[in-house]
Design a protein around this ligand. Structure first.
Ligand SMILES: Nc1ncnc2c1ncn2[C@@H]1O[C@H](COP(=O)(O)OP(=O)(O)OP(=O)(O)O)[C@@H](O)[C@H]1O
Length: 257
């Protein structure tokens, strides 16, 4: 049974196309993400998931088609203007300042979003207007006890939690998460699933993830991308039972989901 979208989608694409030379990495894709849902995007390597996220965040410009966010056309809007409107991509670990504490890193993200022009940005964590909300976000992702630890002393899983905290600190309405479990062991993955479970509903999430157990545990809806096209979209149960999906992609992996 398909779940109707109760409201207009928070994010949608219409006939989106992105080519790299002769290859259509995004090939006429129309996708919609409803407010409040956790929508997972899966597909084999090279299916075009990262390319799509890049276009949604504004790092890549589509060749044609449109992207609507909250009813407005953002197709040509730069990254920072989309972020201002609440469309945020989780920061990559490379954007963490390694010699700063977890708190300072999050405080800087709060500051960047608030648009304050503080002069001493190295001391962002000492300004209570930044530190208080930053601490709250660190608590939310389970890093409260690590606030004063330098980022480079955090374990890999904690760094990914920190990235998530930095994205949440910008107060997004929709979070784009590109493989948040990548490189994690089973314990950290389980912790991240728990964390996303807690965030679900409060913020709309578009999740790209290869970990099928995580995807099927978390997603309200799943879109399967193959060669830049939407092979199938639906609830986890619909996707699990879709013969075209099983044939084209999931095969045996579905047995464990
Ligand atoms: N900058 C680029 N220049 C040329 N080709 C690219 C570029 N970025 C991506 N591609 C190609 O576009 C296709 C889609 O790549 P993309 O990284 O979006 O897939 P993906 O689904 O994210 O894959 P993976 O699961 O392996 O991360 C691939 O064939 C890839 O080689």
């Amino acid at each position: 049974m398909s779940r109707p979208l109760l409201s207009r989608p928070l994010l949608s694409t219409d006939s989106l196309v992105k080519r790299f030379g002769g290859l259509a990495a995004t090939d006429g894709l129309s996708l919609s993400v409803a407010e409040g849902e956790l929508h997972a995007l899966i597909g084999p390597n090279g299916a075009g998931k990262t390319t799509l996220i890049g276009q949604l965040s504004g790092e890549l410009t589509p060749d044609s088609g449109t992207i609507l966010f909250d009813g407005r056309d953002v197709t040509r809007l730069p990254v920072h203007k989309r972020a201002r409107r609440g469309l945020a991509r989780s920061f990559q670990i490379t954007s963490i300042f390694p010699s700063f504490t977890a708190l300072d890193n999050v405080a800087l993200a709060v500051q960047a979003h608030a648009g304050h022009s503080f002069r001493f940005w190295r001391d962002a964590g000492r300004d209570r207007r930044l530190a208080d909300p930053a601490r709250a976000v660190l608590e939310r992702v389970g890093l409260g006890a690590r606030a004063d630890t330098r980022a480079d002393a955090l374990a890999h899983g904690e760094k990914r939690q920190l990235e998530l905290a930095m994205a949440l600190a910008t107060g997004p309405r929709l979070l784009l998460l590109d493989e948040p479990m990548a490189g994690m062991g089973p314990e950290d993955s389980a912790r991240m699933v728990e964390l996303l479970q807690e965030l679900k509903g409060g913020v709309t999430i578009l999740l790209v993830e290869h970990d099928m157990d995580a995807v099927f545990a978390l997603a309200d809806r799943i879109t399967v991308l193959v060669r830049g096209k939407d092979l199938a979209s639906g609830t986890p149960a619909q996707i699990r039972n879709d013969p075209a999906v099983r044939e084209a992609y999931l095969g045996d992996e579905m047995e464990v989901a």
